[in-house]
Design a protein around this ligand. Structure first.
Ligand SMILES: [Fe+2]
Length: 156
């Protein structure tokens, strides 16, 4: 799964990468997850699921806004979207899962949320974390836990 590859990339860089780069990578991951949510919302049949996923997508958009604001404040580079190639791979994944129904799409999103949770766990532990990033990162991590819990509760 593509999002998993992105998370592994973040994990591997953990020890030798600056906090700014990790925040950049996390924000890029948010863009990728939003792509998956956008496509999933379009394809999903259950209205309750659609509405919930829309709210999760909004959380990820807020994460991007907040992360970019931090990166700008610290005069660091920030991503403006997912990598073009990754965007199309995510689209392919959603289209394939869609053939198998709403629960299969949710299953794919659950795996994505597992990756974002791991990425947040990783950045929360970064020794170079900026003081002014702490609240934003913690709030984002709480959102990710909530997303994963809800999706998994539907899949049970
Ligand atoms: Fe999420």
């Amino acid at each position: 799964m593509l999002v998993k590859c992105k998370k592994r990339e973040i994990m591997e860089k953990n020890e030798k990468t600056s906090f700014a780069q990790k925040l950049y990578d996390l924000t890029e991951l948010d863009y990728l997850v939003i792509e998956a949510y956008s496509l999933a919302i379009k394809e999903m049949e259950n209205l309750e699921y659609k509405n919930k996923l829309e709210s999760f997508k909004n959380d990820h958009e807020r994460h991007i806004t907040e992360n970019v604001s931090l990166l700008k404040k610290h005069k660091e580079m920030y991503p403006k979207g997912p990598k073009f190639s990754q965007k199309w791979i995510v689209k392919g994944e959603v289209m394939v899962f869609n053939l198998l129904g709403d629960k299969k799409i949710l299953d794919m999103l659950s795996k994505n949320e597992m990756e974002t949770n791991e990425a947040y766990r990783c950045i929360c532990a970064h020794e170079g974390q900026w003081d002014d990033a702490s609240d934003t990162i913690k709030r984002g991590f709480e959102d990710e836990k909530r997303h994963k819990e809800w999706i998994d509760s539907v899949l049970c």
